[in-house]
Structures are given as C-alpha cells and as structure tokens.
Design a protein around this ligand. Structure first.
Ligand code: SF4
Ligand code: SF4
Length: 484
C-alpha cells in the first residue's frame, strides 16, 4: 500500500480535526510526520473565474516578457553573471545598486503594509507557486485523472493499465512543462537570444548550461508534482511572516462563526433558528476544495493561502439550501465578531496612502536616476607639470551613458575659476547608448592663482545644448606651498 493509499485509508483530507488540537500540527501532515496527500475538489464559482482570469493574464505576461524589447533593450533582464540589468527597458549598472537596494527596502515595506491590511491576497492571486500549481499543473491533473473522487480511486487502485497510462501521461506532461518554465526562467537571466542559441547548439557544446537546466527542471518537477502545498506551509518565508503581521482588522478569507455556529447537518423544512442551529450545514464542501487540506471553520491558519476556493464552495451550498451567501468570505476577524458590515476603515485608508507614497518614492528613484555617470580619476603615480606659467594635471575620464540614445558631450571646469580643460583631441566626446567611453584630459590652472599645493576641483559634463549632465569633484595638485 502506497503512502497515499495509507492516507486515504486513514481518512485523508477532509478529516475534521479536534478543534483543541488543530493548531498543534499542519493540515497536511500526521502527528508522526507522515504526509497527508491532498485531493482537492475542483473549485468553481465567481472567485474561481476571477482567479483563472488573473492567472491566465499573469501566465501570458511571464511567457511574453523575455521577448519584449524597448528601444532595443530587454524589458526585463537580471543577468547576475555578466552584471547586466534592465528594468522596464532601462539599463541598470552596479553603480545604480543603491536604487535597487532602496527599491527592495521600499518593496519590503510595501509587502508588510499590504499584508497587515489585506492579508495573503498575494498568495492566492499573484504568487507564481499558486498560479502554476492551481492554474497549470492541477488543471492537467483534473483533465487526466478526473476530480477528487476519481483521483482518490486511482490512487487506491493497483498499478493496472489505466493507472500506468494516466500517471505516465501526467508525469510526462509535468516534465515538459517544468522544462519550459526552466527555459523561460533562464531567459530572464541571460536573455532569450542566448537561451535559443544554447538550445540550437545542443548540450554537447554547452554541457554546464545543460546540467543546470536539468537540475532546475528536476526542482520544478519535484515542487509541482510532489511537494506542492508544502512549499506554502513549510518553506515560504512570507507564509511564516503571516503570524506576526496579521491582526483582528486584517482582511482574510474567514468563516463567519457567529452566523455559522452551531453547525448542524441540513434537514429539509427545519426551522434552524428556532432549533438554535447556525447556517453552517456541516457539509465539508469548504474542506474538500481546500488545496492546503485545512478546515477554514477552525479560524485563521498558517496553511491558508487565501485561494478563495472555500468561498465559492460555501456560496454554492448556501445558494442550494436557500441561505444568504458569504458564510465564508473576505472579512476581518473584528468585522465578524462585531457583525459590522465591511467598510474601508481609516486604518486601511492610512495604509493605502502609505502604499501610494511608497510607489511614488520608487517611481521618483527610477526617474531621478542620472542620464550619465562621469568619473575623473588621476592616473596612478601621476603628478603635475608646469608649462608656460600654467600648472597642468592629467585625469582619466570614464563616462557611462545610461540612456537609450547616443550622447555627445563636452567637459568644462565648474570651479575654481581660471581652471581650463585642454583637450588632446576633439572638444566633443561621443558616448554610445548603454556604453562606457574612456579617455584622458589635461586641466590647466595659472600658477599665479594657485595658493595651495592641493585644492578641490569640480569638473562638469555638458550636453551640446549646454545642460549640465553630471559633475565630479576631485583634487588638483601644484607645487608645494608653505601655509602660515
Ligand atoms: S482555507 Fe479556503 S482560502 Fe484558505 S487555502 Fe483553503 S480553500 Fe483556500
Ligand atoms: S461549505 Fe459552508 S456550510 Fe458547508 S461546511 Fe463549509 S462553511 Fe459549513
């Protein structure tokens, strides 16, 4: 008997835990540590339709983004190997990493505030793990093995022809999809051209890349074919943070225990109110659809990814028995305890304002990034020389053009006055888009004006319209002067 069969024999998913002990263990694991395999019933309803729509849009985005170019630049590229980074078609360089760091901090604050106010909406609607698991792999499983009952029956039965071909077909398709996900993930890192090139040249030309691809394909296959909801309950750090981030005012998927209890089986024609019974007819439909194997009626649990499947399942039941929908719904614990209708509270307005400010801050960081980065460094070991009454210092310049356009620039000394640039070649320097330009300049200063042996100098880089693009402060050396 397989582990799955043993689990079904023990009751499997849908077994209602003792309300006093359900928080002592996770819903998909026995006290002994054995995995309880989850066979969620196929969800259907309003929220499932919306979630499907969101998933399909996000899947299209995931598979399309590597091919999108803006002004010849990739829309998004995170090439840590060659240190090439593009966000929204804009090149980022290691020098810009303070922006990315600030952006990452702002994003973290955004996530924390968003979670305090709106709970795990991200997990249910946007998280790639949920999107791929529920909208791709699970759907294939339903297609090949059927709904919950058929899957449980198949898991129980011997390895006959039906089970062998169904499982082989499912696992083969899983391998192919894992392979596709891996290839697209690498397109985000090295670009689609390089990935297509590696594919066309074959594994013998690129054995290392081939091995890495195989490893990641195996990892994705493991996650989606076997590990599944354990990623959310055991591995994901965001899931672990929930316990400290949510409070009684956080919006989450909730069971209205005030209205639902005392739960009791449905009896036709019965006056439940008069009998002291709540609206929950204890049908377990909210439990059997849950992909993380929990009972939402036990209250907020770390396993809940807010997938809304239990909302749809319960709404369908309520509709059938003629009771109002929303016994399981998006709500805050406080809202359910007090019975007050949902409203956009002052606290949520405050959080929303902070979120808007954070997005604005991120936008400002991106837009205020300079067009060009200029550096003027004195060559190692160089010193000054004096010619025709002028002290001359040499500088190596490096210009990094961060824009998508070619730049023609000129160099001028901003301060001190009287200092001048003496070009060795042309006064105009061309810096190609997304490229670095290097060269050498001399700066002269009248010997009669030099009162210190070393003084600060600010050098500016201007475009052809005379607009200052960037400036750099360094020092200028002259003959030793005694200072009193
Ligand atoms: S309890 Fe409901 S919302 Fe939470 S994971 Fe289970 S089905 Fe999804
Ligand atoms: S689906 Fe609704 S009525 Fe049925 S057990 Fe769950 S909460 Fe109760």
């Amino acid at each position: 008997m397989s582990k799955i069969d043993e689990d079904i024999a023990r009751g499997g998913q849908g077994q209602v835990l003792d309300p006093e002990t359900y928080r002592d263990s996770i819903g998909t694991m026995e006290q002994s540590g054995k995995r309880k395999w989850v066979f969620p019933k196929k969800p259907k309803g309003k929220y499932t339709n919306y979630r499907n729509l969101v998933s399909y849009i996000l899947l299209v985005v995931y598979f399309a983004v590597p091919f999108i170019k803006i002004n010849g630049n990739p829309f998004f590229l995170f090439n840590v190997i060659d240190r090439e980074f593009f966000i929204a078609g804009q090149p980022f360089y290691p020098q810009d990493f303070f922006i990315l760091t600030l952006g990452a901090i702002a994003s973290l604050i955004f996530i924390i505030i968003f979670t305090i106010a709106f709970g795990r909406i991200f997990c249910g609607w946007i998280c790639p793990q949920t999107i791929f698991m529920e909208s791709v792999f699970r759907k294939i499983e339903y297609l090949i093995e059927g709904d919950r009952n058929k899957q449980m029956k198949l898991a129980r039965q011997e390895w006959n022809t039906e089970k062998i071909w169904k499982r082989s077909l499912k696992w083969s398709i899983y391998v192919i999809i894992s392979l596709i996900i891996t290839h697209f993930m690498f397109m985000y890192i090295v670009g689609y051209e390089k990935v297509l090139n590696i594919i066309s040249e074959g594994p013998f030309t690129h054995p290392t890349n081939f091995m890495v691809m195989i490893l990641f394909t195996a990892a994705f296959y493991f996650v989606f074919a076997w590990f599944r909801e354990q990623v959310c309950t055991l591995v994901c750090p965001y899931g672990r943070l929930q316990g400290v981030l949510i409070d009684k005012e956080t919006i989450n998927v909730f069971y209205d225990f005030k209205r639902g209890e005392n739960r009791s089986k449905w009896r036709k024609g019965e006056d439940r109110k008069a009998e002291g019974k709540g609206d929950c007819i204890d049908c377990h439909q909210c439990v059997v659809v849950c992909p993380t194997g929990i009972d939402i009626r036990d209250g907020q649990q770390l396993e809940c990814v807010n997938c809304t499947a239990c909302i749809d399942a319960c709404d369908e039941v309520m509709e059938k028995v003629g009771l109002p929908k929303g016994l399981v719904r998006y709500a805050s614990e406080k809202e359910i305890e007090t019975g007050a209708p949902y409203k956009f509270t002052g606290r949520m307005k405050g959080f929303a304002l902070v979120l808007v400010l954070l997005v604005g801050f991120l936008g400002y960081l991106l837009s205020s990034r300079g067009e060009m980065e200029a550096k003027f460094i004195k060559p190692a070991g160089s010193t000054f020389f004096v010619k025709e009454g002028k002290i001359i210092n040499t500088y190596n310049y490096t210009f990094l053009n961060k824009t998508n356009d070619k730049k023609i620039v000129t160099i001028k000394v901003i301060k001190p006055a009287h200092a001048e640039v003496g070009y060795s070649a042309s006064s105009k320097i061309t810096v190609e888009r997304d490229k670095i330009s290097k060269g050498t300049i001399n700066i002269s200063f009248p010997e009669s004006e030099m009162n210190l042996s070393k003084q600060n100098i600010t050098i500016g880089v201007y475009d052809m319209k005379g607009k200052l693009i960037d400036s750099y402060q360094t020092y200028f050396e002259g003959p030793f002067k005694l200072q009193f």
